[in-house]
Design a binder for this molecule. Structure first.
Ligand code: PSU
Ligand code: MN
Length: 306
């Protein structure tokens, strides 16, 4: 029994004729944002990709079928149905074999994008190395996103990673895996809610064409994933002191509720949304759409180098 990849006809035609395609993930729709912000963001991201000259392909697994390019009613059901699973790379085989529906994280979306022949992917933030329990310096909760970046040649355009993660160790681990981390128009690695992390981005580019050249060089030498990180839109970025207050409270609530594993990030995001009076949600929406637009510009630049 072969599990075919279902690629929407518009995406298939674009890939066959060299029109740039940008992959978009679905975990942020099903688990990262509340309704209706989630479906609005999914649609606005697709529009941003089109406005910048590329074809969007939102990716998920629907009743066991890995699907590249969701229809609008499929986006809507991921955004509204209860109990949608969150699939990282390890979950893809079981999800297909057991005919399940799941939203795909960065790692699973990269794997399916690569299988379809897509090289550029936009999301909000990548997963990373989680902070250890209080008093410990290390946790084995390391996002599969990092490992996938080390093995699959897809560029991930994002706003860095959230400061609920251990950002110094996340950058260390990306170096170990040979993953370029590139600031787009910035010298510091962006921290998703904050424009900077005080951690230097190991490389910087300022134009999509420079990003495309860097990616071509990386791939020519057998490199796999790459992180292209731009700061969140300045008008919506949060004040670091205020944000760290909310984060400490959200982490306290997560520990109190005994949340662990893949449930941690969605739980903390939900608490942050409440504590900030919705400001983290607004910022999250804005940065995802901005990243979709940048990914499209980079995919257009890449297409013109071939
Ligand atoms: N960042 C967001 N919203 C999200 C996620 C990241 O702003 O919903 C999701 C992405 O799909 C990412 C996943 O791949 O969280 C990482 O999950 P984990 O930490 O369990 O590896
Ligand atoms: Mn995890």
């Amino acid at each position: 029994m072969r599990h075919e990849l279902r690629i929407r006809s518009e995406v298939r035609d674009a890939l066959a004729t060299g029109i740039p395609v940008v992959a978009l993930e679905s975990t942020l729709i099903a688990h990262g944002l509340p309704y209706p912000a989630n479906v609005e963001t999914a649609r606005a991201s697709e529009t941003a990709v089109r406005e910048h000259g590329a074809v969007p392909a939102t990716i998920a697994v629907l009743a066991g079928v890995p699907t590249v390019g969701l229809a609008d009613d499929e986006l809507e059901s991921l955004a509204t149905e209860a109990g949608i699973r969150k699939a990282s790379r390890r979950d893809l085989g079981p999800t297909l074999a057991l005919r399940r529906t799941a939203a795909t994280t960065v790692s699973a979306t990269m794997a399916l994008a690569h299988a379809a022949g897509i090289r550029v992917f936009a999301t909000g933030g990548i997963g990373g190395v989680h902070k250890g329990p209080v008093g410990a310096t290390f946790s084995w909760d390391v996002s599969a996103d990092l490992v996938e970046l080390g093995r699959t040649p897809v560029a991930v355009v994002c706003a860095g990673a959230k400061s609920l993660l251990d950002l110094p160790n996340t950058l260390e681990y990306l170096e170990t895996l040979g993953v370029p981390v590139v600031g787009f128009g910035c010298d510091e690695f962006p921290a998703f809610y904050l424009t900077g992390s005080r951690l230097p981005a190991p490389a910087r580019v300022d134009e999509p064409a420079e990003a495309a050249e860097l990616l071509e060089a990386h791939w020519q030498l057998g490199g796999a994933g790459a992180v292209i990180a731009q700061p969140p839109p300045a008008a919506f970025a949060l004040d670091p002191d205020e944000f760290h207050g909310w984060l400490a409270e959200a982490e306290r609530l997560a520990a109190g509720a005994g949340v662990s594993g893949p449930a941690v990030t969605p739980f903390v995001l939900k608490q942050l949304a409440g504590l900030s009076g919705g400001r983290t949600v607004k910022l999250n929406q804005e940065l995802i759409v901005a990243n979709a637009g940048l990914a499209a510009r980079i995919s257009v630049a890449l297409a013109s180098t071939r």
